[in-house]
Design a protein around this ligand. Structure first.
Ligand SMILES: Cc1cc2nc3c(=O)[nH]c(=O)nc-3n(C[C@H](O)[C@H](O)[C@H](O)COP(=O)(O)OP(=O)(O)OC[C@H]3O[C@@H](n4cnc5c(N)ncnc54)[C@H](O)[C@@H]3O)c2cc1C
Length: 418
């Protein structure tokens, strides 16, 4: 349709309630976390990647400035737009993903507690996932097992209720657990009724120092090496009845519904993953942006054949694609974060879309960054090879890219696709 109104003089139409501009508080948050990432995290990244150890001094520094702690997480979650959490995560992971995971790993346990626990349980256990600035603590979320990775329903860890003592007894083996064995609070997903698959599972808090929980092998990894990943063994671990997240009454009602063949949307592990997928997408965006910024600067500086390499379309178009993919990923992450905060159902698995796209983008962008760097992209003198190694986990943990596609395909088709 042709319009005859001169756009320069026409009164601006009333804007609908939609904006992609960050508000002042979000900008302040972004700048604050960015400064910490730039001045503390980045300079330490290479050292802790090589050491392959939990970077306690950096976690402590983060706690001292207020970037690690229950209060910080509560502040991020309170943003009614939902964007503060992905904004903070992106900046931190722009600094370094290994240290970023060491700092943000505890929030997986927090998400499980907040998503499944009663207000009293959240009040008791959530702060213990972080400790204080003087004595920071860690949380771990234990779902994966040697024979139950993508197939969470085949979990073998059992939780049996000892009615006489009002205690739950946990037995089983977990693997690939971030902060596993070194965390103060372990949230363990276990099967109460194996016949019901994921619907027969529940989440339990294992308080600090509980006998029977111990760390197995600590893994040497390809990337995010400053983040501790280990096996966790549970041998007759007894926890009080109040450690069942959500309480027994709610669990019994849910199991009864499931046994009658009724629908239940409460699934201990899957519910937590659904909530945390946009956050993982934000981690991936942070890594990808770091690699893109490095590549752009390098392509302008590096001269071959008498001109900066960016003057070759092969390079400039690659940078254009990198930027476009990153911005598209961020928009998907922000949409999912906004939907989650507004309690809009992920009808088309928008959380999975965000994680899937951002994870694949991080791997692709960091691969291209190495290519743009040439030799310097491949060696440890520059950070790009580390970013590439770090990016790969984003297509694996919290549901592989294949599983994200399965979740999306099921959501959009309404079919029980395999
Ligand atoms: C560094 C790291 C940290 C982790 N942190 C945690 C943590 O804190 N807590 C936790 O509980 N877990 C954690 N995990 C585990 C992670 O979530 C699992 O590794 C992941 O879910 C995949 O499970 P798996 O490794 O058993 O792979 P598998 O499930 O065996 O998958 C192997 C391959 O088969 C594919 N595949 C499987 N099923 C299908 C299907 N139906 N259709 C198509 N393809 C399929 C997968 O996509 C993958 O490519 C972590 C893992 C790593 C490596």
């Amino acid at each position: 349709m042709v319009t005859t109104t001169d756009p320069s003089t026409a009164a601006a139409p009333a804007l609908p309630q939609f904006s992609l501009e960050l508000n002042d508080e979000q900008i302040t948050l972004r700048n604050w976390v960015h400064e910490f990432a730039e001045t503390v995290v980045r300079p330490a990244a290479h050292e802790w990647d090589e050491r392959e150890e939990t970077p306690w001094p950096i976690i402590k520094q983060a706690a001292e400035v207020g970037i690690y702690g229950m209060q910080f997480m509560a502040h991020l979650s309170a943003d009614p737009t939902g964007l503060s959490l992905p904004i903070a995560i992106e900046e931190l992971f722009w600094g370094d993903a290994g240290i970023g995971m060491a700092i943000f790993g505890s929030s997986l346990a927090l998400a499980a507690i907040a998503g499944n626990g009663t207000p009293q349980q959240v009040g008791e256990w959530a702060p213990q996932c972080f400790g204080t600035a003087e004595k920071p603590q860690l949380g771990a979320f234990c779902v994966s097992e040697p024979d139950a990775g993508s197939d969470v329903g085949s979990m073998k860890t059992r939780a049996v209720y000892d009615e006489a003592k009002d205690e739950w007894v946990l037995n089983g083996q977990k693997t690939w657990i971030s902060n596993g064995g070194i965390a103060d609070v372990h949230v363990v997903v276990a099967s109460v009724d194996p016949a019901l698959g994921t619907r027969g599972q529940a989440s339990f808090v294992v308080p600090p120092g509980t006998p029977g929980l111990r760390q197995g092998v600590k893994f040497k990894k390809h990337g995010i090496r400053a983040s501790h990943t280990a096996e966790v063994y549970l041998d007759d671990v007894r926890v009080p009845g109040r450690c069942l997240l959500g309480g027994k009454e709610r669990l019994d009602a849910r199991l009864a519904r499931a046994r009658e063949g009724g629908k239940s949307h409460e699934q201990a592990a899957l519910g937590t993953f659904e909530a945390t997928r946009p956050a993982v997408g934000a981690m991936a965006v942070g890594i990808a942006r770091a690699a893109y910024e490095w590549s752009l600067d390098y392509a302008k500086e590096r001269k071959q054949f008498g001109k900066p390499i960016i003057e070759n379309q092969a390079i400039s178009f690659t940078l254009a694609q990198m930027r476009t993919e990153i911005d598209a990923s961020r928009l998907l992450v922000w949409r999912a974060a906004w939907m989650a905060r507004s309690r809009k159902p992920f009808a088309a698995a928008e959380g999975s879309q965000a994680k899937f796209k951002a994870g694949e983008t991080a791997v692709w962008v960091t691969d291209r960054a190495i290519q743009i760097g040439g030799g310097i992209g491949y060696v440890r003198e520059a950070p790009v090879e580390r970013w590439h190694r770090d990016a790969k986990i984003m297509t694996i943990f919290e549901g592989t890219s294949e599983i994200q596609q399965l979740v999306i395909a099921r959501a959009i088709s309404g079919m029980r696709l395999a």
